[in-house]
Design a protein around this ligand. Structure first.
Ligand code: PDD
Length: 281
């Protein structure tokens, strides 16, 4: 039977039996990085790109990856095999490790590596079909949003604000410009080109974002990576969210204002279908 499993510092375990110390720096300081990888039809999608980003995030926080990418991939495949899951979500988290609480990074510390597998979260079908409502909110995150850090408090609070107002996602605005959403990237279609924010320190350069830029170009769309003023959200024909769990999602209402016709548009349909044609299976 398919089941949720974990691999923790060398051991395969049932998910509920995977435990870490209260002195893990991930628990105490959010001192760690992570990745989420989607499995379709028994095959991890874009795993190499996710693992290289994990390597980049780890090195940006001065945490040398304790296992080579190849080994992480091997563990991932074994976890997948043992779980029996065909559709799954793999979570990899690497933290600095366990030590008595102290802000300084010790010279010698063994990182904690955990990988879990479970059935994937799915965007509710009615939101996929009819589109999502979103709100905008001030981007109160730190200055290194390009690092996939496990410190997600600002994302969580923004998502909760969206939830409270009946919306699915919150789109962050920094100094008047769109950055990204709490767990997805943002694209706009202005009638002639697809626009998305520049992949600098202000956003996480989503693996799905990069994949879709390529797919959109293959379909003949012009894609521009540029600063996007908040106002453009309300005047564009379509707004899309992209991410590993989100895939591609149409946003049909922002801050109570209709986007375009208020229904998912052609660009959404083109990209959603191009993404699905490119999935393993
Ligand atoms: N989140 N931006 C942010 C802030 C994210 O957290 C994510 C992904 C993305 C999209 O990246 P990708 O296409 O590589 O998944 C953009 C993951 C899925 C999460 O935290 O669950």
């Amino acid at each position: 039977m398919a089941q949720s499993l974990a691999w923790l510092n060398g051991l395969f375990l049932n998910l509920e039996n995977a435990k870490i110390s209260v002195e893990d720096r991930g628990f105490q300081f959010a001192d760690g990085v992570y990745e989420v990888i989607r499995v379709y039809h028994g095959r991890p999608f874009l795993a190499e790109a996710h693992l290289s980003r994990l390597q980049r995030s780890a090195s940006a926080i001065e945490l040398p990856l304790p296992l080579p990418e190849e080994e992480l991939k091997r563990i991932m495949m074994e976890l997948l095999h043992r779980s029996g899951l065909e559709e799954a979500e793999i979570y990899i988290q690497i933290t600095r490790g366990v030590m008595p609480r102290d802000h300084r990074i010790p010279d010698r510390i063994q990182p904690t590596v955990v990988m879990t597998i479970r059935a994937p979260r799915i965007v509710p079908p009615e939101i996929r079909t009819h589109g999502a409502r979103a709100i905008t909110t001030t981007d109160e995150r730190w200055g290194r949003c390009d690092i996939k850090s496990i410190a997600l408090l600002a994302n969580i609070l923004a998502r909760q604000k969206a939830h409270r107002s009946g919306a699915y996602e919150a789109i962050f605005i920094r100094n008047g410009y769109v950055t990204e959403a709490t767990s997805s990237n943002v694209f706009l279609y202005d009638g002639s080109a697809l626009l998305t924010s520049v992949a600098d320190h202000r956003i996480l350069n989503g693996i799905t974002r990069q994949w879709l830029i390529q797919l959109a170009k293959n379909l003949g769309y012009t894609v521009k990576e540029q600063d996007i003023p908040q106002d453009a959200l309300y005047t564009s024909r379509e707004v899309l969210l992209t991410g590993t769990i989100t895939e591609v999602l149409a946003v049909v209402e922002i801050d109570g204002q209709k986007v375009g016709e208020g229904t998912p548009g052609k660009v959404f349909r083109d990209l959603y279908s191009a993404l699905h044609s490119s999935l393993p299976g």
